[in-house]
Write a new protein. Structure first.
Length: 88
């Protein structure tokens, strides 16, 4: 069980970092494009990159949420709230 939890935590961390990189990619592209193109062309290039990259980042965040691992303290709080809500 602990090995599976560790695998899920690693997968979630990898997906979160990948999504963060996709979110930051247009900003890095803008820094590069401002030196290579006119400011207007650089902005359009980065806008088009963001249009295609950010939906993929959103999908990665949603998938990583499925791998979310609660800490023991979070599980205890959740269990206590569940028991209280159901009269136990």
């Amino acid at each position: 069980m602990q090995a599976e939890t560790l695998k899920n935590a690693r997968a979630a961390a990898f997906l979160n970092r990948s999504a963060l990189c996709l979110l930051l990619l247009p900003a890095a592209c803008l820094v590069w494009a401002l030196q290579a193109y006119s400011p207007q062309d650089a902005c359009w290039l980065c806008f088009s990159l963001a249009t295609f990259a950010w939906p993929f980042a959103g999908v990665l965040y949603l998938v990583s949420a499925g791998f979310h691992v609660d800490t023991p303290a979070q599980r205890l709080e959740k269990d206590a709230g569940f028991r209280e809500a159901h009269g136990h």
